[in-house]
Design a protein around this ligand. Sequence first.
Ligand SMILES: Cc1cc2nc3c(=O)[nH]c(=O)nc-3n(C[C@H](O)[C@H](O)[C@H](O)COP(=O)(O)OP(=O)(O)OC[C@H]3O[C@@H](n4cnc5c(N)ncnc54)[C@H](O)[C@@H]3O)c2cc1C
Length: 213
Amino acid sequence: MIEVSEAAKVTTQAAEINAGHVILGCNGYLGALNPQVATRVMPINNFIAATEPLDDPQALIRNNHAVADSRFVINYFRLSEDNRMLFGGGESYGYRFPSDIAATVRKPMCQIFPQLKDVKIDYAWGGTLGITMNRLPHFARVSDRVLSVSGYSGHGVAMATLGGKLAAEAVQGQAGRFDLFADLPSPRFPGGPRLRTPLLALAMIWYSLQDRF
Ligand SMILES: Cc1cc2nc3c(=O)[nH]c(=O)nc-3n(C[C@H](O)[C@H](O)[C@H](O)COP(=O)(O)OP(=O)(O)OC[C@H]3O[C@@H](n4cnc5c(N)ncnc54)[C@H](O)[C@@H]3O)c2cc1C
């Protein structure tokens, strides 16, 4: 169990560290480390599968395009260099993963590519990301010496790198760019610590139902 105080003291089971500053960059893995951030950034899990190499991959996607659809629970897919279908899709909420990730991803994959019904999935994996109510990143000054950057809502590959850079600038005394992001509205998820996750799951199910119409 790790604790971070507002005075930037980090307490672990093994040690106490009096830091000059602390930057929280835990995104979906924050857990209960900081309640102020946890109320605005919630964990959801997303999954990817890689099929076995395919005989005629160009019949599925021509010209090696990377594709993403506009559904609420987004599907994204492309071919790998060794001719596999790499397919991302499916979500779960909280910190629990489905027991069979390959089966979870096969479902949306076969809705788009029914011809892959009997194709073997060689690899399937998932991870936890952080989403916010308005899908804008959540940059915050938790205190004078504790900053937080997270909540990229599925677009963190580029944004998290920028977040780290802006937080480092703020620690060095150049806070303009960090504060610009920190001023963005960042509503809390409703429900308090106990009800937040079930309410989020309900809301996500409601929105994902709209994908079907
Ligand atoms: C399947 C999947 C597909 C995705 N696809 C895309 C995509 O195509 N494009 C895109 O832009 N984004 C994508 N994302 C989102 C992207 O991965 C994240 O937004 C990004 O990784 C966030 O970076 P980060 O450094 O903030 O957090 P992370 O990469 O999650 O790193 C957080 C780190 O903090 C560590 N940590 C947590 N708590 C503690 C603690 N108490 N003490 C010490 N360390 C701690 C964790 O172990 C972890 O290593 C995807 C995510 C998933 C799961």
